[in-house]
Design a protein around this ligand. Structure first.
Ligand SMILES: [Fe+2]
Ligand SMILES: [Fe+2]
Length: 369
């Protein structure tokens, strides 16, 4: 494998973030909201944020740090490692994971690297914005202790998240093809049951076997969709609680980028369940060809949200992001779904306690004038 310039730059950016934004940061107990002090030298920046907006922004910064950590792991192994798009450098050496991801879309490694850069920018911006308002940024570096992959290409650094024991919730794949809405009580089955599986090569041994590595890549494809649909719903839910117009601009702006990510992974995962990639099986997990037999609830070519119930079941159906209510899309729901996903397998209880408290404070925020 070639040297990993992009990933190294990303890691450097994270270190920069950590070193420049975390002075005195504490995210524990009753200090979760952090120090909140206006900056006198800038009247624009000195406008104090309301308690609810601070809780929302701090929770979103936490979620973005989690996203950054997991996407970084994907990028090290499956992203663009020569720094050049495959169209420009078709002869670059790809590992078997990158090849399997490229089978889903020849630009797959580029998209993985781009998604990673975006998440790091979200986390860095949110922490930078908080700090510009005199609020402590969120810092999870003390919890970056998990052992990640040891396959060639993975950096030897501690991780915040675990991608090697995932229970990927694939119900989003059916939800977005359905005309019913979870906010009105609709429930959806799993498109594919993915239980305790790795989404990255754990060691070099996982690069061996065409079907073996393809099933790992397909698991990742559905996990990408799971993560980004969650982000899309989360920003929608929390935007409804924001008071400051500037904070609303931030949540709509970043939330829109999460939707952009989600759409790509909808298309990408659809390629994991049609020919020529599917059907493919390994160690008890099968990705079938969802065109055979044809069923609109799992049809791979339906990549945009199918119109569904919205606001009231009595109104005309509408193509929208869903869910957007607290119960399924709020901060507490996001942490519960990350936990069920297996992202925090091996993580300290204290980390989960802090996350839960930040999530409850974000969900408790109410729009004020
Ligand atoms: Fe993000
Ligand atoms: Fe995201």
């Amino acid at each position: 494998m070639k040297s990993n310039t992009d990933v190294a730059q990303m890691k450097n950016r994270r270190s920069f973030l950590r070193n420049t934004l975390t002075t005195g940061a504490v995210v524990a107990g009753s200090t979760v909201l952090g120090r909140h002090k206006a900056l006198a030298q800038d009247s624009e920046a000195s406008a104090e944020l309301r308690k609810g907006d601070i809780a929302i922004l701090r929770f979103l910064a936490a979620a973005e740090l989690i996203e950054s950590d997991l996407w970084q792991q994907y990028a090290e192994l499956g992203g663009l490692t020569s720094g050049l798009p495959i169209e420009v450098d078709p002869n670059q050496t790809l590992n078997a994971y990158q090849t399997a991801l490229s089978n889903l879309d020849s630009d797959g490694p580029q998209y993985i690297t781009s998604n990673t850069i975006d998440e790091i920018s979200h986390a860095t911006f949110l922490n930078g914005y908080l700090q510009s308002k005199g609020v402590d940024p969120v810092d999870f570096s003390e919890f970056e202790t998990l052992q990640g992959s040891t396959a060639a290409g993975a950096l030897n650094v501690g991780r915040l998240t675990n991608l090697m024991h995932l229970n990927v919730d694939t119900s989003w794949y059916i939800r977005y093809r359905s005309s019913t809405n979870p906010d009105f009580g609709a429930a959806f089955p799993q498109a594919i049951k993915i239980t305790n599986r790795t989404a990255i090569p754990r060691t070099d041994a996982d690069f061996e076997g065409t079907d073996h590595i393809q099933v790992i890549a397909n698991t990742a494809a559905f996990h990408f969709g799971f993560i980004e649909q969650g982000g899309s719903s989360l920003y929608q839910a929390l935007s409804q609680k924001v008071s400051s117009l500037e904070v609303l601009k931030i949540t709509l702006g970043i939330g829109g980028d999460e939707i952009a990510h989600f759409l790509e992974w909808v298309d990408f995962s659809g390629n994991a369940v049609q020919v020529p990639v599917a059907p493919v099986s390994d160690e008890g997990l099968t990705f079938p060809n969802f065109f055979n037999p044809l069923n609109p609830l799992i049809q791979p070519s339906l990549i945009f949200p199918v119109p569904c119930e919205f606001i009231s079941p009595n109104l005309p159906r509408c193509s929208v992001i869903r869910p957007t209510n607290d119960r399924f899309a709020g901060a507490v729901a996001a942490i519960a779904s990350f936990t069920h996903d297996g992202l925090f397998v091996g993580q300290q209880k204290e980390f989960l306690r802090i996350l839960q408290q930040m999530a409850e404070e974000a969900d408790a925020a109410r729009r004020e004038f």
